[in-house]
Design a protein around this ligand. Sequence first.
Ligand SMILES: C[S@@+](CC[C@H](N)C(=O)[O-])C[C@H]1O[C@@H](n2cnc3c(N)ncnc32)[C@H](O)[C@@H]1O
Length: 214
Amino acid sequence: MSRFILQNSDKGLRLLDRFSRQHPLHINFSDAGFSYRLKRGGGRKEMIAKAVGVKPLLQVIDCTAGLGRDSFLLASLGCEVVMFERSRVMALLLEDALRRALASEQLAETAGRIRLVYGDATQLLRRQPSTPQAILIDPMFPAKKRSAQVKGEMQFLQRFVGKDEDALALVRCAMATGSKRIVLKRPNAAPEIEDFKPSFSLKGKSSRFDVFLQ
Ligand SMILES: C[S@@+](CC[C@H](N)C(=O)[O-])C[C@H]1O[C@@H](n2cnc3c(N)ncnc32)[C@H](O)[C@@H]1O
């Protein structure tokens, strides 16, 4: 029997880790904590909003959708978001969460601004018909220090998808699109990427956004 099991529940799809006592992974854009985050200043005060330079109808490609939180937050601020996810199971969980959000009166408008594409961003970026206005990359960088280890749902996600060891190749690929704004989320302690100096960085408690303006 495999370690991870995808289950259907009355609340929607969820992913169970049989080797952990942690709650199954379930994406729900209307959960209390996330709703509070969205409402606080309309999300505009969030570092990510500043890093991406949000404005209505800004087209953002989120290359690393994961739990879809960053995409949903950006869409709630009026951005048109395309999210890429290469894990088939994560893409299924996202698809299910988006379907529920579209059926909800409060979330339908935001969810309607998000399109999910299953696949590897390094390949999908090369196939874009036009230069993306802004690109967001939030990979699961290998955490070297204990303090940089991820917690909660992200910890679950890391156990499931592993570390994105090829993250730098993705950054290079994003640069090659010629997009004017590339935003890379990294642990605070991580060094700058060789060859690429960010135009500016925004620092939070544990992570920072390196912003590359081209
Ligand atoms: C740290 S999580 C992203 C969390 C996300 N920002 C959020 O708000 O929930 C990284 C996710 O990106 C996905 N990923 C990493 N590299 C990718 C790539 N090259 N193409 C598509 N998805 C990728 C992983 O499968 C994982 O689900």
